[in-house]
Design a protein around this ligand. Structure first.
Ligand code: PEP
Ligand code: MG
Length: 529
């Protein structure tokens, strides 16, 4: 018996089953390299074949819709063609470009964007397969109930592997924001990723216990260990069932209704959140819309997305946060300047107030979509009153223009402020008089109050949402909101932490905006208090 452990959070739950170790082999083509023109033509055919395959998958998958945009990006074609011009075969040129572009993504100092390197690999693997006449299906031999062990699972593996038929998976690579983890959490499949020794320590046919909550894999466990995990699995299942029952109902505390809203980044996630019992969306991170493509989404494209999200909310509130980029979230096509201190630099509302045309396009799209539901708009990283005034002035200008152009919009959209800087906490009384709601963003608030970078493991012990200073800031914010009679919610990760629920309720927080996976857990906790 061997016990292996990783610290990456992938997908909770326990699975016990047979290991299937994936072997990926490309069919090797034995052709001779042709002239540059012939190689270019071969690449063009494989590219078109790949594009058509992805297009067929894109209509019902956000992941493949993003792949479609990526494969149509001229950067990809230019890169491969330039390598062919240098004298490489189409296969070599594709492999070289893949390495270069993947390395570029992996170097981005943002977990979400760096995880998109997997999509790039996936697209290049498809082109390579089409160039060499297809791949051998690496999942041939997977039996129902197996636990799949692989170097890295790709989104397109979904076309070849029925994820709902496997019991769990283990990979040597991947982060908690990789697509495959998102899919696993979606389907409630226990998973452990980033377990470096998985492929060297596990063979097909081994018995595995995958404990996604602990990030642990036990290889060939003894009977006592299996029994212990079976008990743990049963306990988790019955708790999960109870949580699910609670999640679809309203919860209250001391006679007051408590809203448990959700944090999302796409229309698909809005749908899932509402199905999971969310009382609305407390944070729609609009920046993902800007980060997916290679150009800014048009007003019309944004209008479509926000309208679809509003409809998916089925009358429940949808809080759209305006573009929150900069800091660690780069949008390559915007050409952000290199900064000494990006978290203290040009980000969020600071960018929007400078790039006014872009900001107006987003606000117009939000105002127009608000005809289809209870849409609210929220400004990130506010530090002073003037920023709120200026953002509201631009919002009013957008309304006036829409009215003049005879375009339908909702003039009563509520306006909110994210409280995620110490400055905003100190002037919360004044801000509260000029907006309709607050949402406390503890992810940033903690880093600014504790002077500890949220992404730096060296100072993780200081990045503590339970510290006295943070708790005091949270209370000050809630008191300021109460004083002005406006709503106050929390959309930072602390709201998804069930250990903090009682403390936050005690501080008079009445709205929690949480990860989709935490809706049941937080509602259950509130119902028990
Ligand atoms: C926050 O800062 O708490 C927040 C919700 O925003 P983000 O994590 O997107 O910065
Ligand atoms: Mg933030």
């Amino acid at each position: 018996m061997k016990s292996l452990k990783t610290s990456v959070r992938a997908s909770e739950g326990i699975a016990i089953g047979r290991a299937f170790v994936v072997k990926r082999e490309l069919k090797i083509s034995d052709r001779q390299k042709g002239s540059a023109a012939e190689e270019r033509e071969l690449f063009a055919q494989a590219l078109e074949q790949s594009r058509a395959q992805i297009e067929a998958l894109a209509s019902d998958s956000d992941i493949f819709a993003a792949h479609l945009e990526m494969i149509e990006d001229p950067m990809l074609t230019d890169s491969v063609e330039s390598h062919i011009e240098e004298g490489m075969s189409a296969d070599n040129a594709v492999a070289t470009s893949s390495e270069e572009i993947v390395a570029m993504f992996e170097a981005i100092d943002d977990e979400y964007l760096a995880a998109r390197a997997t999509d790039v690999k996936d697209i290049f693997a498809r082109i390579t397969a089409n160039l060499s006449g297809g791949v051998v299906n690496p999942f041939d031999g997977v039996q129902e109930g197996d636990i799949v062990v692989d170097n890295e699972l790709m989104p397109s593996d979904m076309a070849q592997l029925d994820f709902s038929a496997i019991r769990g998976f283990v990979t040597t690579q991947g982060s908690s924001t990789s697509h495959v983890c998102i899919i696993a959490r979606n389907l409630s499949i226990p998973a452990v990723v980033g377990l470096e020794e998985a492929l060297s320590q596990i063979a097909t046919g081994d018995t595995l216990i995958v404990d996604g909550s602990e990030g642990r894999v036990v290889v060939n466990p003894d009977q006592q260990t299996i029994n212990d995990y079976l008990v743990k699995q049963l306990n988790m299942l019955s708790l999960h069932k109870e949580q699910q029952q609670v999640s679809l109902s309203k919860v209250s505390y001391c006679g007051q209704t408590i809203d448990v809203l959700a944090n999302v980044g796409s229309v698909e996630e809005v749908e899932r959140a509402i199905e999971s019992g969310a009382d609305g969306i407390g944070l729609f991170r609009s920046e993902f819309l800007y980060m997916q493509g290679s150009v800014e989404p048009t007003e019309e494209e944004q209008y479509e997305v926000y309208s679809a999200a509003a409809r998916a909310c089925k009358g429940k509130p949808l809080t759209i946060r305006t573009l929150d980029i900069g800091g660690d979230k780069a949008v390559p096509y915007m050409g952000f300047p290199k900064e000494e201190n990006p978290f203290l630099g040009w980000r969020a509302i600071r960018v929007s107030l400078e790039l006014r045309d872009m900001f107006s396009r987003q606000l117009r799209a939000i105002l127009r979509a608000a005809v289809h539901g209870d849409i609210r708009v929220m400004f990130p990283m506010i530090v002073e009153q003037e920023e709120l005034h200026e953002a509201k002035r631009i919002l009013e200008q957008c309304k006036a223009e829409l009215a003049q152009q005879g375009i339908a919009y909702n003039s009563d959209v509520k306006v909110g402020v994210m409280i995620e800087t110490p400055a905003a906490v100190f002037v919360a009384d004044d801000l509260a008089k000029n907006c309709d709601f607050f949402s406390i963003g503890t992810n940033d608030l903690v880093q600014y109050i504790m002077a500890a970078d949220r992404a730096n493991a060296k100072v993780a012990h200081l990045y503590n949402p339970y510290s006295a200073a943070v708790m005091s800031a949270i209370k000050m914010t809630i008191v300021a909101a109460q004083g002005a009679g406006i709503e106050c919610s929390m959309c930072g990760e602390l709201a998804s932490d069930s250990n903090a629920t009682e403390l936050l309720l005690g501080a008079s927080l009445r709205k929690f905006s949480v990860n989709i996976g935490a809706i049941g857990k937080i509602k259950y906790m509130i119902s028990k208090l």
